[in-house]
Design a protein around this ligand. Sequence first.
Ligand code: AHR
Length: 496
Amino acid sequence: MNKLIVNADITKGIIDRNLYGHFAEHLGRCIYEGIWVGHDSPIPNVDGMRTDVIEALRALDIPVLRWPGGCFADAYLWKDGIGPYEQRKRMINIHWGGVVENNHFGTHEFLQFCELIGAEPYIAGNVGSGTVREMAEWVEYMTFDGESPMTDWRKANGREEPWKLKYFGVGNENWGCGGNMRPEYYADLYRHYASYVRDYGPEKVYKIACGPNSDNYEWTDVLMRQAGTMFDGLSLHYYTLPTNSWVGSKGSSTEFDEHMWFKTLKNTLYMEELIVRHDAVMSKYDPEKRVALIVDEWGTWYDVEPGTNPGFLYQQNTQRDALVAAINLNIFHQHNDRVKMANIAQLVNVLQAVILTEGGRMLLTPTYHILHMYKVHQDAERLDTVLESSAYEMEGESIDQISASASRDAEGRIHLSLCNLHHADATELRCDLRGSAASIISGTIIQADTLQAHNTFTEPERVTPAEFTAFRREEDQWVITLPAASVVTLRLQEQG
Ligand code: AHR
């Protein structure tokens, strides 16, 4: 039996819209091809950035976009990516396939792209191989309005007004690709670099320190102890792998059975434990939760599609990814007191992308549709829920069959998001809405005829959202029939 009590008169704080953030790295075909096609491309574009992608992303109401990496960030020299295109340096992308990076997509292009899609920029600075001065000058170049060499340079490059830049990351994965540092050493470097990330505009720069790799609680402890008063956010990276290992095959994005399905969802649910335990460590130093946990890389990571460059991390996206996205978002909502931003990896053509492109063609993945369905929760008030879920069992392991979240938006509408994790069994969920006289007025579902169903360039609409009507009123409860392997969002409103 599945039962969900929604206490509409007990609110649990705002679901920060930044939980719906994205991440775009100079990796594979994310920036080049996925976003940037150049001014002379036959693909319709706005100043070199593809129009179809801009329009699709605008519809998601993306609050914040992280760039330029990822591992790339700690190899990136921003001065190589400004000024006339023909003078921009060509460099090797050492982390991702060793391909030539021509620097045509740089600071100006990224910040314009953010304006075009309506997202706030979140820039990750280079600690691994860049200097304190380079980082300081980048912030000055982007945000200072007075007289200075950096401001003059920006103006000479065509941008009179400074940009508004709120979010700045001081390094990325400095425990790994960003320098293989120990936490004590990085904490000192953080203090040093961050001291030169100055506030030039009226708004304070929100500084994000490199946080732990999944369950490295010691990293969190050292960072909070040694530098916790100097940052606003601490990042967390956790990817869902269908296997439990980074060594060898991670499994195919499209060829998997129900055992792999179960494992993938179980591994997704591990995000909950990570947040709870990192939060507990952070609370030792910051019980008021001033410092946010920023999950600025999350999503699925499979083997690359056969025949594609292993360094490009290009993977397909099935109904399984739809469930992974929805479960993660429900977990982030649940921990909205500590988790204030999350950035799915990555925007286009890389890992759990919302968009795939092939030449001039573009398709929306099942993950895109989840983010579209769920955007109603952005900046809404989370409502208290009590969930009793049946067990979903596989080979002696057990997880909850249901994942759920509820919120009320500024117009007073209530939205419920419900996932049925079971690969084969439909189920009924009895929903008891307390403290409100609202009724379900509409629903949307994403489901598929097979677990492996995905959109391709020949069949781009195989997995798309549809109207959902399988709900009825029984006495004082709503009875909702959730098909196997589905995600549903429901809108409730008071009548009259
Ligand atoms: O998203 C791909 C890579 O995963 C990023 O560059 C890095 O930060 C992480 O290891």
